[in-house]
Design a protein around this ligand. Structure first.
Ligand code: CP3
Length: 350
């Protein structure tokens, strides 16, 4: 078990979450364990399915550690998926090659009440907690270990549509037609996420990120009710059990909504997507809370000057105040691993 998150941290990334600034910011990359790495593809080929991969501690721990060994990032993120939550609530999830996730969609509030167990099945998630224990035991002392969950609006989107939908149209429609149904699913996810994150902290993570990948699908009004409020309740609930728990919130595509994530959720830091102008965010978001981001992942696919200029722009805008270097969304499978090396060198000026 790890010490209380409230104790003074020695890890750089954690210090940024507490408001410290560094000349060279700590680095991690969303989806840093993934298909752009040959060692990941080799490991992945040994699992019969993606869910099995997530639920096999030896494999998930190895995937978590691969990018740390290769690049020495300041942060390691637990290898798992946001969709283990519906799976552990009784709505099975599967992944099909090239198609993304599949779930049997929830059709009504009665259907949701019947099929979702009110309580998260922590036994089903035992392999995730075992993965955390294994990784914690193997990480370099200076590396921050991040857990995560999906935000309720994002996870509900998959539970209601049963698959990936670009703008979460089925959930957005439900918010107008049957808000009670949506609220039931969101409330169930708030409670499940609190229990899940608390267990992650108790198993050994230093901090967690809440992924609101579809914040950009919400209206200005909807973002308060369906994203900010539920996230705020999760953060309060986690901190009741784990005082001082450090939490990053990533509201992808939320535009000026990033200000609200910083000001209203209680998060320690706010992740920024690549659509946000770093100069604007430095003035309007970083003035409230530490920020994380926000290089375009495709600048790293391109490499060369595009990469160098993109890195410099982010470093310049956020320099002097608390900043964690990251991409504006996940690294893509086409990224040459050598370009990531170039990126780390540029940031660390080595
Ligand atoms: O390295 C890390 O960042 C940690 C692991 C991680 C994964 N998914 C592994 C994964 C994390 C933090 C996630 C979060 C996740 N999963 C999100 C939120 C972040 C985001 O990207 O917006 C979402 C929306 C999902 C749901 C999900 N998982 C989809 C839609 C897909 C299929 C699309 C795809 O990229 O293939 C996944 C599969 C998935 N999760 C993969 C990985 C490495 C690829 C599948 C594989 O390797 O076979």
């Amino acid at each position: 078990m790890s010490s209380s998150p409230a104790s003074a941290p020695t890890r750089k990334l954690l210090k940024v979450l507490d408001g410290e600034a560094f000349e060279i910011p700590p680095i991690w990359i969303m989806r840093q364990a993934g298909r752009y790495l040959p060692e990941y593809r080799e490991l992945r080929a040994k699992a019969s399915s993606f869910m099995e991969f997530c639920y096999t501690p030896a494999m998930a721990a190895e995937a978590t550690l691969q990018p740390i060994r290769r690049y020495g990032f300041d942060g390691a993120i637990l290898f798992s998926d946001i969709l283990v939550i519906p799976d552990a609530l009784g709505q099975p999830v599967s992944f099909h090659e090239g198609e993304g996730p599949r779930l049997d969609p929830l059709t009504s509030i009665d259907d949701a009440k019947k099929r979702l167990s009110g309580e998260l099945d922590l036994n089903r998630l035992a392999p995730v907690f075992e993965t955390i224990e294994r990784v914690r035991g193997s990480l370099p002392a200076e590396t921050t270990f991040l857990g995560f969950c999906g935000a309720p609006w994002t996870v509900a989107g998959y539970m209601i549509a049963g698959k990936s939908t670009p703008e979460l149209a089925p959930s957005r429609l439900l918010a107008y037609r049957d808000p009670e149904f949506l609220e039931y699913v969101i409330d169930t996810l708030v409670q499940a996420s609190i229990r899940y994150l608390v267990r992650q902290f108790r198993s050994g993570v230093d901090a967690v990120q809440i992924f609101e990948s579809f914040a950009g699908a919400l209206t200005a009004e909807g973002i308060g009710r369906w994203s900010i409020e539920p996230i705020k309740r999760i953060i309060e609930g986690v901190r009741k059990e784990v005082p001082g728990a450090r939490i990053i919130v990533f509201g992808r595509g939320s535009g000026s909504g990033h200000i609200r994530y910083a000001a209203e959720t209680g998060a320690n830091a706010v992740g920024l997507d690549w659509g946000v102008d770093p100069d604007w965010a430095a003035k309007n978001v970083q003035s409230i809370k530490p920020v994380q981001g926000n290089l375009d992942p495709l600048a790293v696919v391109a490499g060369g000057q595009a990469l160098d200029q993109g890195v410099d722009k982010v470093l310049k805008a956020f320099g002097g105040r608390p900043h964690i270097f990251n991409f504006g969304h996940g690294i893509v499978p086409e990224t040459p691993p050598a370009h990531v090396e170039q990126l780390v060198k540029r940031i660390r000026r080595g």
